[in-house]
Design a protein around this ligand. Structure first.
Ligand SMILES: Nc1ncnc2c1ncn2[C@@H]1O[C@H](COP(=O)(O)OP(=O)(O)OP(=O)(O)O)[C@@H](O)[C@H]1O
Length: 264
């Protein structure tokens, strides 16, 4: 199977133990190429641990297997050599944007190309023209090209997050793994970032796995939802299937607290 048609991630019987606590407990889930899936669940249910396990940042317990675009990245409690290639194909987006504040937005986006460049070029700001064009095209694509020369720490949260997505595009990511990408944003910026992820998914065919605290955003922007509770998958299906009964099963009786904007 070619990497373009293989599943973004295939997670089979994965557990992750910290001391006496099971952050993930027998999780199996597959996200197909071109799918957009929301990962929801109460605080501490294992959402970030699952994303980080897929990228090989957290070695999982022995017994489970994780493949990314058809290549095994974790097996027998070990992260395999294929993880580097997998990381190149997965663009990671974080709540706190993870841009270098004192560098321009443009330089930050160029860092996405660093994996393919000799390090002295990056250090001295000598970028090949084709990469520069690619970076500007990516900034344009996410709607922040007019801020290219501005230092990242002077940009709004929404602009920084869109810059982080541009960096993932320049990196050549085939899928985006976003860990609470809108948690630090105001609702207007949050909606724009979610709409951008949807557009990259629908128009460019990028797979998207996004953890969200806000159930309303999961329902509005993602066709499929995977819900975790205490490290186990308690729901995997269409977001339209998240009725009140399901939400109480996932979040308990205070489930309305998991809605960001007013519940219709
Ligand atoms: N490095 C670590 N060491 C010890 N325990 C950890 C570590 N990372 C996560 N945990 C524990 O694993 C469980 C799952 O944490 P995780 O961050 O994956 O949850 P989450 O669903 O992403 O939570 P939140 O929505 O609050 O970000 C929690 O009980 C957490 O305390």
């Amino acid at each position: 199977m070619s990497s373009s048609t293989a599943a973004v991630a295939s997670v089979r019987d994965v557990s992750k133990t910290y001391g006496a606590r099971k952050a993930l407990d027998g999780v199996s889930v597959e996200v197909g190429a071109g799918e957009m899936v929301a990962l929801i669940g109460p605080s501490g249910s294992g959402k970030s641990t699952l994303l980080r396990s897929i990228t090989g940042l957290h070695p999982i317990d022995s017994g489970g297997t994780i493949t990314v675009f058809g290549e095994v990245v974790q097996q027998n409690g070990r992260v395999t050599g294929a993880v580097r290639r997998a990381r190149g194909r997965l663009g990671m987006i974080f709540q706190q944007f993870n841009l270098v504040g004192r560098l321009s937005l443009f330089s930050n986006v160029m860092l996405g190309a660093l994996g393919r460049l000799p390090s002295w070029r990056g250090l001295f700001g000598v970028w090949p023209g084709a990469d520069k064009d690619k970076a500007m095209a990516a900034l344009h694509r996410v709607g922040v090209s007019e801020y290219a020369a501005q230092r990242a720490n002077t940009l709004s949260g929404g602009q920084q997050q869109r810059g982080a997505i541009a960096r993932a595009l320049v990196q050549g990511a085939k899928a985006i793994l976003a860990d609470e990408p809108v948690a630090s944003l105001d609702p207007v910026s949050a909606r724009k970032v979610m709409e951008l992820l949807v557009e990259l998914n629908k128009r460019d065919g990028l797979g998207v796995i996004v953890t969200l605290h806000q159930v309303d955003y999961a329902i509005r922007y993602c066709d499929r939802v995977v819900a975790l509770q205490k490290g186990k998958v308690v729901y995997d299906g269409p977001s339209t299937g998240l009725d009140t009964k399901r939400l109480i099963e996932i979040y308990g009786p205070e489930y309305e607290d998991a809605f960001w904007e007013a519940k219709a």
